[in-house]
Design a protein around this ligand. Structure first.
Ligand code: SAH
Length: 394
């Protein structure tokens, strides 16, 4: 199928030849008349060769490629891509009775740029990051309900804050298939209330699943501080792993309430856990040295854009120094960065500076990343965003 044409400047077809899924606006020579934001377009080289089909939008990323041939982007296309995504999660062993929370579609990583879908116990929370995906939302939602094993009963569309504001799409967060039934999802046998209505992102951070499991392995007998706890994910793995005590801290009172609710779901009445609403930097400054022998730092993205990089790195250094400083000999630090603009080396350097500043002996035990349900399209290295280190501090 050939849609309206986007023709590239000479020499600008190379990255598409290497299957990179973005066309930048600076690479475009001509647009067919009448192309509007969100349209399906066919991209051609200056020589007139078809390079593939994608969604057009106004901005620095002008086309997000969906195919590298002339395949039509229709219901059958979405159904095939979603089935492919589902088969991968099945192969990863994520679809189980005791695990019904996972990412089904990770944008470019699932060859669906502009689309995120997380699954929580039969509800798919769907986020469009491009006008094209917004227009396709009903088609996609229908295809979701047709996935095997009745995976999706309800589809909640949540794109009020993810679509380009200037596109004037006025998306409304609401169910577009089914309706609310349960908000309790399960991750590796632990239960979580997932608040997709008011919570951050799609309501839960499924990307820390494997890192939480690793933490469980180290938790026995330790006094654990889960800093930036949000809904308490790491805390419950620590408790199941036999932690002596677990304190969860977040500046958001709502997050603390959710964490307390989740304690009641999993460990009712367990007095090892306490949740505190406070600023991380303040809490770390005021806490006693040696109060915890395992600290988790999982802050929000400090750099949303490249321009904020310097400040972000300084922020990571400061935060990590405060934690390293307070750890006793033999303490463990699980430290993360989810800023896409900060790469692995930069993050590691920031943490290295923090360790040096504290003049402690520090070894890296693990280098962590995002889990396999957040796959990185090999042609799109920008898809890598989550970085973590487990440090042994003496
Ligand atoms: N670790 C969590 C995800 C963390 S998201 C999980 O596994 O689910 C980042 C969290 O940091 C958010 O809940 C946000 O409310 C909190 N936060 C942001 N700034 C903060 C600050 N200065 N002090 C404490 N918490 C903060």
């Amino acid at each position: 199928m050939i849609y309206k044409r986007v023709t590239l400047l000479r020499g600008k077809e190379e990255s598409l030849g290497r299957f990179h899924p973005w066309v930048f606006s600076g690479a475009i020579a001509r647009l067919d008349e009448g192309i509007v934001e969100g349209d399906l377009v066919s991209v051609f080289s200056s020589r007139g060769d078809l390079l593939g089909n994608g969604h057009y939008q106004i901005g620095s990323i002008a086309v997000r490629m969906l195919t590298f041939d002339d395949q039509a982007i229709d219901t059958a296309f979405y159904a095939a891509r979603l089935t492919n995504a589902y088969r991968l999660r099945e192969a990863l062993g994520l679809v189980r009775d005791d695990n019904n929370a996972f990412r089904l579609v990770h944008g470019e990583g699932d060859f669906l740029p502009g689309l995120i879908v997380d699954i929580y116990a039969g509800t798919a929370v769907m986020q469009a990051h491009s006008p094209g995906m917004h227009y396709a939302r009903h088609e996609i939602a229908q295809a979701l309900t047709q996935l095997p094993d009745g995976l999706v009963r309800n589809v909640y569309y949540k794109s009020e804050t993810t679509l380009p504001y200037m596109a004037h799409l006025d998306p409304v967060n609401d169910y577009i298939v089914g309706r609310y039934d349960t908000d309790v999802a399960m991750e590796n046998g632990l239960k979580f209330h997932v608040d997709w209505l008011k919570g951050q992102k799609t309501g839960f951070f499924v990307d820390q699943r494997e890192n939480r499991s690793l933490l469980e392995h180290y938790a026995a007998g330790r006094r654990v501080l889960n800093m930036f706890c949000y809904t308490g994910g790491f805390s419950f793995y620590a408790m199941r792993g036999g932690a002596a005590l677990v304190h969860s801290v977040d500046s958001s009172a709502k997050a603390i309430k959710l964490t307390d609710d989740n304690v009641e779901l999993n460990f009712p009445g367990d007095t090892r856990h306490k949740a505190v609403a406070e600023d991380a930097f303040k809490y770390l400054d005021n806490m006693e040295s040696g109060a915890y022998d395992l600290i988790i730092l999982d802050p929000p993205a400090f750099a949303k854009h490249k321009s904020a990089l310097r400040n972000a790195l300084m922020g990571y250094r400061k935060l990590n120094a405060k934690a390293i400083d307070k750890l006793p000999a033999g303490g463990l630090l699980f430290t993360f960065s989810c800023s896409q603009a900060v790469n692995k080396e930069q993050f590691r350097l920031a943490v290295f500076s923090a360790a040096a500043q504290c003049r402690r002996r520090v070894r890296i035990l693990h280098q962590l990343t995002q889990p396999a349900d957040h796959p990185i399209n090999i042609y799109h290295p920008e898809g890598e965003y989550l970085k973590g280190l487990v440090l042994y501090v003496e």
